[in-house]
Design a protein around this ligand. Sequence first.
Ligand code: ADP
Length: 509
Amino acid sequence: MIGQEDAPVNSSEEIKRLKAENAALKKHLQQLNTITMANADVAYKMNADWSHMLELNARDFLEATHEPDQQWMQRYILPKDQPRVLTAIKEAIDQKRMFELEYPVVTADGGQGWTLSRAIPVLDQDGNIAEWLGLGVDITARKKAELELLKLMEELEQQKRLYETIIGSTPDLVYIFDLEARFSYANEALLTMWGRTKENSFGKSLLEVGYEPWHAAMHEREIEHIKKTKETVRGEVAFPHATLGKRIYDYILVPVLDAKGQVSVVAGTTRDITEIRKLSEQKDEFLAIASHELKTPLTSLKAYAQVLQSIFEDKHDVDAVMMLDRMDKQINKLTGLITDLLDVTRIHSGKLQLNQERFDLSVLTSGIVEELQLTTSKHAIKEDIPPGLFLYADMERIGQVITNLVTNAIKYSPSGGDIVVKLRKQGDDLLLSVQDFGIGIPADRQSKVFEQFYRANNHRQAISGMGIGLYISAEIVQRSEGTIWVDSQEGIGSTFHVSLPMGKAAVNS
Ligand code: ADP
């Protein structure tokens, strides 16, 4: 039988058929072209060994070529990327396989873009490559985003390494709880203390990693509180360490919020303060002993000074009497300083005694004002004190507070001026204020002046002091269920306020 392909080609039937086939093929090719250009940004044709680019269409992405071009590699690909592209081409040619590669290209506007390029070999009748048909997609945006992401990931990794190194090397215990109070992180120090590994600790509850029930329950309550209120919790806890015996720890638990402001985890740090606590106790003990030892000779010194004073008074030796009077004042000052130091140690050890009694605060305040007026000629202490305002509190300690406030008002207005001491009744409270027109306190230091040993130091010349007067005053006021605060403006002056509940005195007055 004779096959169709052997039929004469010039028969009119055959020509008709070929024409129809040709038209169908053209239509098919047109459709194919539309589809490919809809999906690709570049269409190109290469000769068999890729030495010539025969044609390239690329919208605005790459510069078009319609003539065979030997310089295409230089035109479209940067020197640094050429070896990689050439290797991929060689492989494709050798194996007569599809060429497929992502690489940077020089774009039509001279900038740099990225393409994903694929080319398939068109074979001739003998199975040799006749040419290559290729399509490229502009992947610049994706690639840039990928590179950006990679950079971000690297930065993130670096940050992570940094934090892990810091957190891993600190002796403090650092950990994270999930919202079910299970550990989702614990640093090296904590794992070592537990004698556990990450694997058998992360995802475990406090009880599961070995906390005692009371201790676990306490932290679980705190985590619940943080979840509800988003507040930071700070506390102190003592428990036995595996090898070091009983230790004291200071811990702080903070909420970590997500982008919506909801608590996502609770982060905590715990510090072993046993040694610091011990040192602080030793310091207090030393201060208590030293103050006590200093006070004893001072008492006899004061007594001898008084005896001497009366002897010289009898002899009418005015100069000696005056000097002994000054000596007595200095002894009183020294006694005051030592008493303050003793008070600090008493506060620390919880031994500051308050003896409550009913007394007339108006009389007490006036008396102190009059006494302190004698110590200064540069200041005029003005009283605005209504009579008969009674308080139920420790009279001596409240007197100490007033003395401290008025002494400070004098001390911190070195150029002199008025000092106004006011007393008022407000509801069930008595309100005392001491106003001066001195150096004032900078806004950022005002909240700190009630801390022990804090000195604002905002004056050119040093003004002597130990930074404990206001700390003791604040403790006395607090223990008397009152409040103390300051209004101040640097360079203008300060007003210290004390509000005290009249307590039982309110009933009796
Ligand atoms: P000290 O006066 O011995 O330093 P205080 O505890 O009495 O200690 O005061 C703490 C600090 O508060 C002072 O060092 C000072 O900086 C600041 N301060 C206290 N009272 C006043 C005041 N009336 N005016 C300005 N600053 C004051």
